[in-house]
Write a protein that binds this ligand. Structure first.
Ligand code: DNO
Length: 389
């Protein structure tokens, strides 16, 4: 397991020195200051890579090169953005960075309804409650036609919840959804969000899928030429949201992508927490089925209160995903390849030692330090008990 860590560049509250002291060898970063659709210049990539190298590590994975909304919709300037995307990939490859994470979720990236879910010990983590999301959709955003997307039970429960919530709690849900997580491209107001949603009118599930396969096949010659591995980040939550289609949520979606996009460089970021957002997904089975196409991993875990309501686990190894079984399959795949795969501890609790540090939500030092140590311990333990791994 190559130990990875997401670093947000100079704006990050966590320093490269601290990251190195966590045991990290591989830094996961991006040129966050570049807007979606822009070409990433070689000089800027080199400068960032040098900083990481000077700190004793390697910038080996990009998370993310965002896909411009025009590409997802195939409208406006999409052709130019595809060319720019190819140029960015070529530039990254020229600097030796050949693993690129991205997603194909319309408008919103990653969505949570609670960025400060407080655990009994006072630390906090990220949470998701589908009733809060439904309530926000119907009663705060008032998206036209939203009611049609929820069954009677969800509508009733969402209404009860919203009536009970104080203005502060409602605002917490809104901010969690619209200002999103780091890596999200833009923070939106409800009015802007509604406007963005409108631009997806007429783009249904099938259309969005076709657009994604077309995009991947358009960039495939570049991937093949430079040996760049494109690893899509699964949808989170892994189902349609706010009337928007979501097309990479489960094994069937991955299977279809792989079938339609033959380049062996079209693959997956195995994100246990995102796939784990549906009780129907089996993350270990997904890893086993697509092992050859997994180029990067996010490992963490979820604790469910009930279907549709969950928060991140206290321990990266315990919860919805059978992380020990996954790690075993992962180590076997590394052995088969004869080389390591980068894993980053995905998110971590905000603990006492992080308070006042202004760390990005989910991207604390202490929480990820613990997460990475747990993963490393599991790896060592499994290698000890499974000789030859
Ligand atoms: C959240 C992240 C995602 C991820 C993007 C990749 O914490 O895992 O925002 O970076 O979806 O494109």
């Amino acid at each position: 397991m190559k130990q990875g860590w997401r670093w947000y560049g100079d704006a990050d509250a966590i320093t490269l020195k601290e990251i190195r002291q966590a045991g990290v060898t591989d830094v996961v970063a991006a040129l966050y200051e570049r807007r979606p659709g822009e070409v990433w210049p070689v000089a800027e990539i080199k400068a960032r890579a040098k900083k990481v190298k000077d700190a004793g590590m390697t910038w080996s994975v990009v998370e993310s090169v965002p896909v411009h909304e025009d590409i997802k919709k195939r409208t406006g300037d999409w052709k130019r953005y595809v060319e720019n995307y190819k140029q960015t990939l070529a530039n990254l490859a020229k600097c030796g960075i050949k693993t690129v994470c991205y997603n194909f979720m319309p408008v919103l990236d990653w969505t949570r309804s609670n960025l400060e879910y407080v655990l009994p010990d006072g630390s906090s983590c990220l949470g998701y409650n589908e009733y809060e999301v439904a309530a926000f959709d119907m009663f705060a955003l008032r998206r036209p036609g939203a009611e049609k997307d929820y069954d009677a039970k969800t509508r009733a429960r969402a209404r009860r919840l919203w009536t009970k919530y104080t203005a502060k709690e409602r605002m917490r849900v809104q901010k969690s959804i619209l200002t999103g997580l780091p890596g999200t491209v833009d923070d939106l107001t409800p009015a802007e969000f509604l406007r963005e949603l409108k631009t997806y009118e007429g783009i249904d599930d099938r259309r969005l899928r076709e657009n994604m396969y077309a995009f991947l096949n358009e960039i495939s010659p570049t991937l093949d030429k430079y040996g760049v591995d494109m690893c899509i980040h699964p949808d989170d939550p892994p189902h349609p949201i706010f009337g928007l289609p979501r097309i990479l949520s489960n094994a069937a979606d991955i299977r279809e992508m792989v079938r339609r996009c033959p380049s062996k460089h079209v693959g997956l970021t195995l994100c246990t927490g995102s796939l784990g957002g549906s009780l129907a997904n089996d993350e270990v089975a997904i890893f086993r089925e697509f092992a050859k196409r997994v180029f990067f991993c996010h490992f963490r875990n979820l604790e469910y209160e009930e279907d549709g309501v969950f928060h991140e686990s206290r321990c990266h190894l315990v919860g919805k995903t059978d992380l020990p079984a996954l790690m075993l399959a992962f180590l076997k795949e590394e052995k088969r390849r004869g080389k390591g795969i980068v894993v980053r501890p995905d998110h971590g609790r905000l603990m006492e030692i992080d308070k006042g540090r202004n760390a990005y939500c989910g991207y604390s030092y202490g929480g990820r330090l613990v997460g990475l140590a747990e993963l490393r311990g599991l790896e060592i333990g499994l290698k000890y008990s499974h000789k030859g791994l």
